[in-house]
Design a protein around this ligand. Structure first.
Ligand SMILES: [Zn+2]
Length: 388
């Protein structure tokens, strides 16, 4: 049996740094995990923050000149091209309701405008619009803009794919424009040429809405499975952040402002299962509805937000979370009993298992069941275990 992770290693899986204590605005991290950026509205400037020590420095920032003021900055994201770093900002030009992407080239002492690109989509309805820049499992960049129309009970969205070259020039292509789907959906992610949405009105996320990017006429509802032993059976009252894709799983930061607890929820689109990781933030839980996160190249998640502790001198924190280390620690602590319970609860194996009598199963048979489950043979008719 592999050695359990000791306490020191578990603590190393989560690193806390001071955030930007003045109104931080937007946040993103460089994929190499060395540096993160804030866009601060009151200073009208980017700050960069060293992720080794948490030291923030204001950087001379060039202001977009084509996009007219006032501007509403929606989200920022960092990308690398030929060892150069660019920051992409999704900006709404308030006077015209047009969406732009501004790309900024990052150098040591300056952040300069590289391109200002009109996306070809406008914001027409007076409603709360949600926007984000995201990447699929291959690093393809997408931009999604969506809102919920309450009268018609439907979610309306624009989806674009984007490319940025080594000079920071942006090109984009509209995949879908003003597409409507019944009911309220949020926090989408893209995996395997499919756009997946979480239901806004069902905290158990029992069904996701899937839309094929290859043929957007295909809208399907997918049933998901979850661990019944999960001590957070439904994520009611949890605030759910936007997702990042790590190791082909969609991770969401979930926090409960009153109970002051946080989780990393994750959905595996291959197995269609929900699970969560506990993250020990000590007393410094990140709370609030808007917790920007970025996936890093080494599989870590970098997130930023407001601290739950009233007297915290830092007010805001950045967390670097090593998802793989947490997943490993979880596997170590779950084996063998919780793993088998979990499999029983989510698969259709319960009948098979109870016919054996769970207590009587040998380790080998348990393992055979788990192996078969993981190979995707969890349907009754395909399921076969050789008993002792
Ligand atoms: Zn704190």
């Amino acid at each position: 049996m592999a050695a359990d992770l000791n306490v020191g290693e578990e603590i190393d899986a989560i690193k806390r740094l001071p955030g930007l204590s003045m109104n931080p605005g937007h946040f993103c991290a460089h994929q190499d995990g060395r540096i993160a950026f804030f866009f601060n509205y009151s200073k009208v400037a980017f700050f960069k923050i060293d992720l080794a020590f948490g030291v923030a420095t204001e950087v001379k920032t060039e202001w977009p000149y084509k996009i007219r003021a006032p501007q509403d900055w929606c989200s920022i994201s960092s990308v690398e091209r030929s060892s150069r770093t660019f920051i992409l900002a999704l900006i709404l030009e308030d006077s015209t309701n047009k969406f732009f992407i501004a790309s900024f080239a990052v150098s040591k002492h300056k952040i300069a405008v590289a391109d200002e690109h009109y996306l070809g989509v406008d914001y027409a309805i007076d409603s709360t619009v949600v926007n984000c820049i995201m990447q699929d499992e291959y690093g393809q960049i997408y931009c999604i803009i969506y809102y919920y129309n309450f009268q018609e009970n439907r979610t309306i969205f624009h989806l674009l794919s984007m490319n940025i070259d080594e000079n920071g020039s942006v090109t984009s292509k509209i995949i879908t424009n003003n597409k409507a789907i019944p009911k309220s959906w949020f926090q989408p992610f893209i995996y395997a040429d499919t756009l997946l949405w979480l239901p806004k009105d069902d905290a158990s996320f029992a069904q996701l809405c899937e839309i094929s990017l290859l043929d957007e006429r295909f809208i399907t509802l997918v049933d998901t499975f979850r661990d019944e032993n999960d001590d957070v059976a439904a994520f009611d009252c949890f605030r759910i952040s936007r997702s990042v894709l790590i190791e082909e799983k969609a991770f969401y930061y979930a926090c409960h402002d009153k109970l002051k607890i946080s989780r990393l929820l994750y959905f595996d689109p291959k197995k269609q299962t929900w699970q969560h990781l506990k993250i020990d933030m000590k007393d410094h839980i990140i709370i609030g509805g808007r917790v920007p996160m970025q996936g890093l190249r080494d599989g870590k998640i970098c997130l930023h937000g407001k601290c739950s502790k009233e007297m915290c001198s830092e007010k805001y924190h950045i967390y670097l979370i090593d998802v793989n280390a947490l997943l490993q620690a979880e596997i170590q602590t779950k084996k063998p009993s919780s793993t088998i319970n979990y499999k029983i609860s989510i698969g259709e194996m319960s009948d098979t298992l109870s016919s054996f009598g769970v207590q009587e199963l040998t380790t080998e048979v348990r393992q055979a069941i788990i192996d078969q489950f993981e190979a995707g043979l969890n349907k009754k008719e395909e399921y076969e275990v050789t008993a002792m």
